[in-house]
Design a protein around this ligand. Structure first.
Ligand SMILES: NC(=O)c1ccc[n+]([C@@H]2O[C@H](COP(=O)([O-])OP(=O)(O)OC[C@H]3O[C@@H](n4cnc5c(N)ncnc54)[C@H](OP(=O)(O)O)[C@@H]3O)[C@@H](O)[C@H]2O)c1
Length: 441
């Protein structure tokens, strides 16, 4: 039986997950591939460190050249994370004619032009399934299963930490800081959770999704990002009364010849499939012009789910090699001469529905004042709740409005004007609402 030799960079959570799968499912993989997948070399920062998997038969070093200069290595796997060293490894591997598998969303979001450009130039495949939504084969779906469709919209819950925190806050009515501390204790949040809770991890994954869906390399800094740390139990409660659950969504939408690309907390109707995605689970909801609405659900992180995506890509790339079909699927779904640059719609031009919670003095004329400012900008109110009267005249009461579709700039201008009105007693909360309406209802 022929053998495909793999050079593995990184022996951490995912790297060891990959080795474990290759060992445990060795026979199954051979039966599907018709060849053996063998990790012959590994490179890691601390080669002497003990690992939770056997490294028998693998030559381990901290010198990247041992893999990159070895003509016997057929496929390179990059699982070290970070951008600079990973970028050098991936570019050098492609230059050496070796296809690459990587789980590195930071690299793919920040150096998309360079990395995908090199793969096109060399006519080589890039296996990037593990970079978005861990074990869910959603990129394969975009590249292959939905290759007959215009992708109208992609909406993802792609950060398990944020989803765990929002789900717990919803289930238990607990404040953000308490739930974050619990998530850290359970290992669902990093010691420094900023990247996850501020939405940047989700934005990197959104960049990868958009690039594959539209055959482009969006400028990652153009993606609008807002995290979940401002969400309070009060907002979760009011959203619930209005029939919604709050989720951190990564949203990519075709808008004429541009694309909306934004990550923010969002009200999702409780009866929508995405509202039922709880805890650390991920889901990606994709609407195509033929297929209409689809959703994929599963674990977005962890050694075994992410390793599954990496090994799935390895099998795919090994098949290419065995059948001489390296360039069969273009790295960004489209042929090289059909790559295009696509502009991101500036956030203040986005049209959405909104949940707005004002903290105001309990006095006559407040609602009239708010609606006058909003009405002057053609913002129409869909619903309103004012839950209770203030116990003390100086205490704020909450006034919650939802709006019909309105332009973000008009909403922001209105809120700025209202904030200066004498009856406003505290900061105003704004959360966008996503109502998934497709052509077919
Ligand atoms: N963890 C997940 O659930 C998950 C999910 C999806 C995607 N990913 C992505 O997968 C990649 C790996 O994540 P991970 O969780 O496995 O990370 P990790 O547990 O921190 O492991 C990183 C590995 O890379 C090695 N390493 C770091 N810098 C290196 C360098 N300059 N040269 C050589 N080796 C180096 C480390 O070496 P030593 O161990 O020798 O110190 C370690 O073995 C990242 O891009 C991450 O974003 C992870």
């Amino acid at each position: 039986m022929s053998s495909i030799n793999i050079g593995l960079f990184g022996l951490g959570v995912v790297g060891c997950g990959v080795l474990e799968i290759l060992r445990r499912n060795e026979d199954l993989i051979q039966s599907r591939l018709g060849a053996e997948l063998r990790v012959t070399r590994a490179v890691t920062a601390h080669p002497e460190k003990s690992r939770p998997v056997s490294l028998e038969g693998i030559s381990v070093s901290n010198d990247p050249n041992t893999i990159l200069d070895d003509p016997e290595i057929h496929i390179v796997v990059e699982l070290i994370g970070g951008v600079d060293t990973a970028r050098d490894i991936v570019l050098r591997a492609l230059d050496a004619g070796k296809p690459v598998v990587t789980a590195n969303k930071a690299l793919l979001a920040e150096c998309a032009g360079e990395i995908f450009g090199k793969a096109y130039e060399k006519g080589l495949a890039l296996g990037i399934e593990a970079s978005v939504a861990g074990g869910i084969p959603v990129l394969r779906m975009l590249k292959e299963g939905l290759s007959a469709d215009n992708i109208l919209e992609i909406t993802g819950i792609v950060n398990g930490t944020s989803n765990f925190i929002l789900s717990k806050m919803t289930d238990e009515g607990a404040p953000f800081d308490d739930v974050l501390a619990e998530a850290q204790k359970l290992g669902y949040a990093e010691a420094d959770p900023t990247f996850d809770i501020d939405g940047h991890d989700a934005a990197q994954k959104l960049a990868v999704l958009i690039n594959l869906a539209y055959g482009t390399t969006v400028s990652y800094p153009d993606i609008y990002v807002e995290g979940i740390s401002g969400i309070t139990p009060m907002d979760i409660e009011f959203a619930g009364q209005l029939g919604y659950t709050i989720k951190l969504l990564a949203i990519g939408k075709l808008a004429g010849d541009r694309v909306e690309a934004r990550v923010h907390s969002t009200l999702v109707a409780k009866d929508h499939l995405l509202a039922s995605v709880s805890g650390v689970f991920n889901a990606v909801f994709i609407t195509g012009d033929n297929v209409d609405a689809t959703m994929s659900y599963g674990r977005g992180a962890g050694g075994a789910p992410t390793g599954s995506a990496v090994v799935g890509d390895l099998i795919d790339l090994a098949r290419n090699r065995l059948h001489g079909s390296d360039g069969r699927i273009p790295p960004l779904s489209v042929q090289r001469d059909r790559l295009r640059s696509i502009a991101v719609v500036p956030m203040d031009e986005v049209i959405s529905e909104y949940y707005i919670r004002f903290q105001v003095r309990d006095q006559p004329g407040v609602l009239a004042g708010i609606t006058r400012v909003m009405g002057a900008r053609n913002i129409s109110i869909q619903s309103m709740i004012q839950p209770s009267q203030a116990a003390h005249p100086e205490d704020p009461v909450q006034v919650i409005l939802t709006t019909h579709r309105a332009r973000e700039r008009d909403i922001q201008d209105s809120l700025r004007e209202i904030q200066n009105m004498p009856f406003v007693l505290g900061p105003t909360q704004l959360i966008r609402i996503e109502n998934f309406r497709t052509e077919r209802g």
